[in-house]
Design a protein around this ligand. Structure first.
Ligand SMILES: [Zn+2]
Length: 320
């Protein structure tokens, strides 16, 4: 379809006796690749400045991810950008960063010692990702310090210009969590969306970590606004590519459908709440009907009822 080439990387973890791990590496653009099968989807841009990686996948896949990137390019990894603090997106941070080399040392650097950041790549995320990964003070951190972002920001838009293109990192407050970012590579015309957009299920709205339904819809709207479909010549399979947190490569129209789906379910729940129904009554009324077969689940970490409840709770908080 949209994909010009596919390379499958198989790495066997003989030392630990784990089964061989199959990652799929997809070339989306001349200098932009996606890795699937390592937890959350990973995007990476390559060029003369080095490699910019968006998300590092799960910890268990980190060696395979590093091998996959090295198979594509000998250039050093310069940046790891995290789209949230989820383990399937930051779990590989330590190994992927350590396999790289920050831009700020060595020849052409700004005179910092070569062991700056332990010699590894910089890890960039919104401030809240560091807060989540370091944990409340006085308690053990959920992630070791080497996995934490080395560079954070709290403005709505952070930008860089590397490998001949502008890169925008757009904070989406209160969506999947309070620390989501979508990353837009302007010349490649690829957006890496993180878990605000998950084509394998209803979006995970993590109320306990600052997520919310209206922020989720706003984040989806931001993706719609950032991406451009193939118009007026719709028969071409062109347009901005959107890499979801999980699932297949998408275009703007896929995001429009997903945004509409989430909005319809939100509106149904809002109407039922206005009628005075309880959460249990709302669940029984199946507000996600029509979408359950595609996105729903009765079991696992994120069920249809979990999604309905998260919408209910975030609307309830808003009312109070
Ligand atoms: Zn994820």
């Amino acid at each position: 379809m949209l994909l010009s080439s596919r390379i499958t990387i198989a790495i066997a973890f003989g030392v630990f006796g784990l089964a061989a791990q199959n990652l799929e590496v997809l070339q989306l653009r001349p200098n932009f690749y996606m890795i699937a099968g390592a937890g959350g989807n990973i995007g990476f841009q390559v060029g003369v400045d080095g490699v910019v990686v968006v998300d590092s996948g799960s910890a268990a896949s980190a060696d395979a991810v590093v091998a996959a990137i090295k198979k594509v390019t000998p250039q050093p990894i310069r940046y790891v950008i995290n789209t949230s603090a989820d383990p399937d997106h930051v779990g590989g941070n330590i190994k992927v960063a350590k396999a790289g080399q920050t831009l700020f040392t060595g020849n052409g650097g700004v005179g910092l010692a070569t062991n700056f950041l332990g010699g590894g790549a910089s890890i960039l995320a919104v401030e809240q990702v560091l807060t989540r990964m370091s944990g409340p003070s006085g308690k053990p951190s959920p992630f070791p310090i080497d996995a934490w972002p080395t560079e954070t920001f709290d403005q709505p838009r952070k930008y860089m210009y590397l490998n001949g293109e502008g890169i925008e990192i757009l904070h989406q407050p209160a969506a999947h969590t309070d620390g989501d970012a979508i990353v837009f590579f302007r010349r490649s015309d690829v957006v890496v969306a993180g878990d605000v957009f998950d084509t394998t299920r209803f979006p995970v709205i993590d109320i306990a970590r600052g997520g919310g339904i209206n922020g989720e819809i706003a984040a989806l709207q931001k993706l719609v606004d950032t991406a451009i479909p193939s118009v007026p010549i719709v028969s071409r399979e062109e347009g901005t590519l959107v890499v979801p947190g999980h699932g297949r490569i998408c275009d703007q129209l896929d995001v429009v459908d997903y945004r509409d789906m989430v909005t319809i379910i939100r509106d149904r729940i809002r109407d039922l709440m206005k009628q005075g129904l309880t959460l249990e009554q709302i669940k029984a009324a199946s507000p996600a009907r029509g979408y359950v077969r595609r996105y729903g689940s009765d079991t696992g970490a994120w069920t249809t009822n979990d999604f309905v409840e998260a919408i209910y709770r975030s609307m309830n908080e808003k009312v109070q």
